[in-house]
Design a protein around this ligand. Structure first.
Ligand code: UT7
Length: 322
């Protein structure tokens, strides 16, 4: 049986850091409120002119290097982003031109904060059915570009960043399952209302901003993040005690803690990075994974549960043997 196995991880955060204190100098908020309600201490902000593909390129090169490969060894690029550089071509194509592995398929996935799990699931199918041997999967965002810096209910929560993994076809166990879900009836709970086909004006005027009904998103996120873990364990005949690490979407420490409580999982088994970069949407899971791989917490052979929830609503899991 062929599995898609992670053989390298990488991530990148822009240089500029904005602390809660700095944010509180121009938004009616405080370090205490942000930390208590979300667990966020700071976020990284892309420099002027620095784009999602720039961040993705750094993370990708690090992941490819960690895999011991060259960019030309990659035969599929799947990139999750909500904040692409251009309307078209896809950010994956722009990235491919920089990496130089031309000719192989490259495309974007749009599932907001669940984007990385969606992208991983798609790439997994390509690898398992023999269509790709080495896939680069990226989650990259410049989410701060779509924030209304006068709306304290959203702008304190998000940041920019990118994370990537290289998958390789292997007889050894890798991704064991992915489960994806969506419920489009909730689209207005978390969205950027303007877009291309509705008329471009708001986008051109820089008013294409995130709007969120925070407490509804919160409630649903806790419910669904718990459900997807149970769903994946049941599908694989595993117990939650067998999980070595839960690597959840990093949006809010209270959502993560509530999910862990529901699952009777100790927070010692949960990878947490939200304090350092806030909610980076599709980038958050590969950023957390890369941090835990590089600091030695995640070891070869361990069982990892990745799970996400985001706009759409979308949610999903990936269970894998690292
Ligand atoms: O990836 C998925 C994307 N999003 C999420 O996962 C976010 C999900 N939601 C959340 O994380 C939480 O709902 C928030 C962090 C957004 C808000 O936390 P909350 O505990 O649900 O607070 P709240 O919205 O009920 O607001 C409580 C109070 C309100 O004041 P009043 O009406 O009680 O007087 C808000 O106006 O806090 C006020 N408030 C703030 N105060 C200081 C809202 N934002 C801020 C702020 N600073 N930034």
């Amino acid at each position: 049986m062929t599995y898609a196995r992670i053989i390298g991880t990488g991530s990148y955060l822009p240089e500029k850091v904005m602390t809660n204190e700095e944010l509180a100098t121009f938004v009616d908020t405080s370090d205490a409120w942000i930390r208590e309600r979300s667990g966020i201490g700071q976020r990284h902000i892309a420099a002027e002119g620095e784009t999602t593909v720039d961040l993705a390129e750094h993370a990708s090169r690090r992941a490819i290097e960690a895999a011991g490969l060259q960019p030309e060894d990659i035969d599929l690029i799947v990139m999750a982003t909500t904040t692409p550089d251009q309307v078209f071509p896809s950010s994956a194509c722009l990235l491919q031109a920089r990496l130089g592995n031309v000719g192989s398929p490259a495309f974007d996935i749009q599932a907001v904060c669940s984007g990385f799990v969606y992208a991983l699931s798609v790439a997994d199918q390509f690898v398992r059915n023999g269509s790709a041997k080495r896939a680069l999967v990226i989650g990259a965002e410049t989410f701060t570009r779509i924030l209304n810096w006068e709306d304290r209910t959203t702008c304190v929560l998000f940041g920019d960043g990118a994370g990537a993994v290289v998958l390789e076809a292997s007889e050894e166990q890798g991704i064991l399952s992915t489960h994806l879900h969506a419920d489009g009836r909730y689209s207005e709970c978390l969205h950027v209302p303007p877009g291309v086909s509705q008329g471009y004006q708001a986008v051109l005027e820089g008013r294409a901003w995130v709007e969120m009904k925070g407490s509804e998103v919160f409630r649903m996120a806790v419910a669904k993040m718990g459900e997807v873990v149970e769903e994946a364990l049941e599908a694989n005949g595993l117990n939650r005690e067998e999980l070595d690490w839960l690597i959840p979407h990093q949006a809010n420490i209270r959502i993560i803690k509530a999910t862990a409580r529901k699952l009777h999982m100790s927070m010692d088994k949960v990878v947490l990075t939200v304090e350092h970069h806030g909610n980076t949407s599709a980038a958050s899971i590969p950023l957390a994974l890369d941090a835990a791989v590089r600091d030695g917490r995640v070891q070869r052979g361990q069982l990892l549960m990745l799970e996400a929830f985001g706009g759409g609503f979308t949610w999903g899991s990936a269970l894998l043997r690292y």
